[in-house]
Write a protein that binds this ligand. Structure first.
Ligand SMILES: [Zn+2]
Length: 477
């Protein structure tokens, strides 16, 4: 970390509480913190350029907070395009994703993490919430730390094995992922949080994450929230991720999954529910009451036919004051680590589905992709907006690109016109990690080469390439 001046920036989207847009400003970064934001001329007078270790020119640039991805699977990244695209959520998870994850060994996982983070940085993401490692939390933590990225990861655990183990679920995966009891799982989660939280000067955090839904007992859902609270971290898991899961819950327990979480006291402000696409009005009230966060993954609802446009109640959640953030999810679930796509989608999906132009404006889509994500990650005291005292996590769009030429309202242009490949520079924790689209912390060509090698090896090993895998499932019915 060094002192950095970003001078003569045309436009800054601060994403402060008033969505203030600044023009012709300079930003002084000392260490990893924003020390001053002021008019370009005043900063030029007060701070000689020679005082800085690095100066970045902000002419023809729009600077905004880095994007925060609040639901991701780093370990899934080498599976791009491997699964068919006619799978609903449950067969996707049980027949394809589990066998795939079974085959991700430590080496493949390291290259998967590098490849995913490379894509994130190149498309404007500066912070992620990852579901957790398939092998060893240490691998994810240390690999992510080396890239200069900010993020939260975890151990990932479950405790309810299906009655019969389906084909291609390897013994190693079952042993690593499924604990005999909730207490055993919680012990492993506690150990990983204690060991890895606040790593790399607190750039990498570790949470008590579980898989959620059918593979986790009520005790584990509640226990993860309690453990997270006790350790001062969060927990995240998948829930109400499809109408089939919800119908199964209704049939077995006489209530929907979020009603059930409420009943067992598992909801709380340190819980991020991924998807929550099939949800009742009464459940929205429960989430609001407990300040529980929701990570909406537009790309996944598109590919896995979850029905967000049809049955999703994200606008109602926002009206109820719930923090709804955005996530890219895993590469086989959605196909992309590009948060700009999620931001663009959420700004149009509900306008169209409800035939109501007042649904989720561009300004709110930007908040969902930045400050609301930071809030979900319990990190909004330090990131998510461009304000003095916060960590310096920015991206800078090149407004000389064709997508920006000409443009009027910068908030609209950022959401509806910009392309994530217009992100020219990225700064994370005060360090320039991408300059002129060159990621300085990573060897892009080597990562792509190794990712291809390990993607092929893992796919072969998984049995998914030529296997006759069913596209329906009755597991956990
Ligand atoms: Zn997921």
């Amino acid at each position: 970390m060094s002192d950095l001046l970003i001078k003569d920036i045309d436009t800054v989207l601060t994403v402060d509480p008033d969505d203030t847009v600044l023009e012709d400003v300079s930003i002084v970064v000392q260490g990893n913190e924003i020390a001053e934001i002021g008019s370009a001329s005043e900063i030029a007078e007060d701070y000689p350029e020679t005082d800085f270790d690095e100066v970045v020119d902000g002419n023809d640039m729009l600077l905004m907070p880095g994007l925060v991805d609040s639901h991701f699977h780093l370990s899934e990244h080498l599976s791009r395009g491997l699964f068919p695209d006619n799978l609903a959520t449950r067969p996707w998870v049980f027949n394809w994703a589990k066998p795939y994850y079974s085959s991700v060994d430590e080496e493949a996982e390291v290259w998967s993490v590098r490849m995913a983070i490379l894509e994130m940085i190149k498309t404007g993401t500066t912070c992620f919430l990852d579901m957790g490692s398939q092998n060893n939390t240490e691998l994810i933590v240390e690999t992510a730390a080396e890239t200069g990225m900010r993020g939260v990861t975890g151990r990932h655990a479950a405790d309810v094995k299906p009655d019969t183990i389906p084909p291609y679920w390897s013994e190693e995966m079952v042993d690593h992922h499924f604990f005999d009891t909730a207490d055993d799982a919680l012990e492993a989660l506690e150990e990983s949080v204690e060991k890895w939280n606040n790593y790399a000067d607190d750039r990498i955090r570790c949470w008590a994450n579980i898989e959620g839904k059918e593979p986790c007992s009520p005790e584990l859902h509640r226990g993860a929230s309690e453990l997270a609270e006790e350790l001062g971290v969060g927990t995240t898991y998948h829930v109400s991720s499809s109408i089939e899961e919800v119908e199964g819950s209704e049939e077995k327990y006489g209530m929907w999954p979020i009603e059930r979480l409420n009943e067992i006291d598992a909801l709380g402000p340190n819980v991020v529910l991924a998807h929550a696409v099939a949800i009742k009005d009464r459940e929205i009230e429960m989430l609001a009451e407990h300040d529980t966060k929701v990570a909406f993954c537009p790309g996944t609802t598109f590919k896995l036919a979850k029905g967000a446009a049809n049955i999703g109640k994200y606008p109602e959640m926002l009206d109820a004051g719930i923090t709804v953030s955005l996530g890219c999810d895993g590469n086989s679930a959605a196909g992309s680590a590009d948060m700009h796509k999620q931001m663009w989608t959420v700004a149009g999906l509900f306008k169209d589905a409800r035939m109501d132009p007042d649904m989720i404006p561009a300004s709110k889509a930007i908040r969902m992709a930045t400050i609301d994500g930071a809030e979900a990650l319990l990190w909004d005291d330090e990131i998510g907006s461009v304000e003095v005292g916060k960590r310096a996590d920015f991206i800078m769009f090149d407004t000389n690109e064709i997508e920006w030429t000409p443009h009027h309202r910068p908030i609209q242009t950022t959401v509806y016109s910009a392309n994530s490949h217009n992100v020219k520079h990225s700064i994370i924790d005060g360090d320039v990690v991408m300059k002129d689209r060159d990621v300085l912390t990573m060897d892009e060509e080597e990562i792509k080469e190794q990712a291809r090698i390990h993607a092929e090896r893992t796919a072969e090993k998984s049995g998914l390439v030529d296997g006759a895998i069913p596209t329906t499932t009755t597991l956990y019915d």
